[in-house]
Design a protein around this ligand. Structure first.
Ligand SMILES: *Cc1c(COP(=O)(O)O)cnc(C)c1O
Length: 396
């Protein structure tokens, strides 16, 4: 029987109710909330500070002046020169044969995994993979197994079963923990077991590796090692959209099979124009990555001095585990009271008992702003979080 009110009350009782918060951008990394309060935020994924770049906005407007919507799916009549140019620029950047754009990262992962795999196949995933990867595995109809976080021995064990085809799937940088997948070791295990590999580097591209080419480039792996690389533009690129890159034939098969490519309207060409502009900045403005790396070190040093336990993350994602959903919410409210916006991340986004403050740094922040964050954290995130951060770091 339907009892909607009871279900909503249940969520509220468990401190799991979410709501939208309307924020207006207010220059730099600041935002104004509906009550007119100015908040300094550390919870977006705009890692390079490109989301409000005037050149990107201008590129978007020039293209939008011609057309705001593509009017059809790519394979019907929605594919534009802007889409083609972006695909080629991405392939050049990543040293991969071919790139196919998707409207979002969620749709890319559903389309690629469910398009390539089916009944009789095996998909093996890190337990902490992004929801869209797990959903893609479920949708495919393949058998799905999940290995312990970053544990390649357990991965080997999970692969030891008969299957027509095998695919190993991992985040490059894990979205809620900020640590990296051991991609070279994963490639080795996959190769021994005749499995292909998909890496979703939504949080590594633009940030890690030479020219921001992500964790695969950093590890020296190419498309023969890892044929499927998924990336998104909503994070370091400061725009919106996603892609998969790899060998020509693989990408051709994705184009033929992915239902989230075929049965949806091609994203507005002005977004592709904006993203091409962003890609130029991602490649050439090394200072953004250098500044971001300096802020990450500064934050970690300061947080350790405050006695906060951090996870082993070298990325801009710096979580502080609080344990219960209630504790995480309370800490986020206390920070907000001090003018700093950090969201509490709760189950089911993260495992039970590992609710956290997910702090994200950006090249758009200044050193002074990181110091303000540290000042606001003083006396807040200690206590309940300390012991549990160790449990959460190992037990999953
Ligand atoms: C954000 C994210 C996605 C989803 O990308 P969207 O373009 O926002 O739909 C997919 N995978 C990972 C790892 C992500 O962090």
């Amino acid at each position: 029987m339907w009892d909607i009110a009871a279900e909503l009350e249940g969520l509220e009782r468990q401190h799991l109710l979410r709501d939208n918060r309307t924020l207006r951008p207010a220059g730099g990394m600041q935002a104004v909330d509906p009550r007119g309060r100015r908040l300094l935020h550390f919870c977006g994924n705009d890692y390079l500070g490109l989301a409000r770049h005037p050149d990107i906005a201008a590129a978007l407007c020039r293209s939008a002046a011609r057309e705001t919507g593509s009017g059809a799916a790519h394979l019907v009549s929605g594919h534009r020169p802007e889409h083609g140019a972006l695909q080629e620029a991405l392939a050049d950047w990543l040293h991969r044969d071919r790139v196919l754009l998707f409207s979002t990262g969620y749709m890319a992962n559903l389309g690629v995994i469910a398009g390539l795999l089916g009944k009789g196949d095996l998909v093996v995933q890190d337990r902490l993979n992004h929801a869209s990867l797990l959903d893609g595995g479920l949708l495919s109809g393949a058998r799905m197994r999940r290995y312990r976080h970053r544990d390649t021995q357990h991965l080997q064990h999970c692969l030891e079963t008969s299957a027509r085809r095998r695919l190993v799937v991992t985040d490059g940088v894990f979205s809620m923990d900020g640590d990296q997948a051991p991609v070279a070791a994963i490639r080795d295990v996959a190769r021994r077991n005749a499995a292909a590999v998909l890496v979703d580097d939504a949080h590594g591209l633009g940030v890690a590796g030479p020219e921001g080419r992500g964790v695969l480039a950093e590890a020296g792996l190419n498309q023969d090692d890892v044929p499927l690389l998924v990336g998104t533009f909503g994070k370091a690129f400061g725009t919106f959209g996603a892609f998969v890159a790899g060998p020509s034939e693989w990408i051709e098969l994705v184009l033929q099979r992915a239902r989230t490519y075929r049965y949806t309207t091609a994203s507005p060409p002005c977004l592709a124009a904006a993203t091409s502009c962003a890609l130029g900045l991602v490649r050439s403005e090394e200072w953004r990555r250098e500044h971001l790396a300096a802020l990450i070190s500064r934050f970690r040093r300061g947080a350790e001095q405050l006695g906060l336990r951090l996870l082993p993350s070298q990325s801009p994602i710096q979580p502080i585990i609080m344990g219960s959903a209630a504790a995480a919410l309370e800490a986020a409210r206390a920070l907000e009271h001090r003018g700093v916006l950090v969201t509490a991340i709760r189950p089911p986004t993260v495992p039970q008992g590992s609710a956290r403050l997910r702090i994200t740094l950006s090249a758009g922040h200044t050193e002074g702003q990181v110091d303000r964050l540290l000042g606001a954290l003083e006396g807040i995130a200690t206590g309940t979080g300390d012991r549990r951060s160790e449990d959460a770091g190992t037990g999953r």
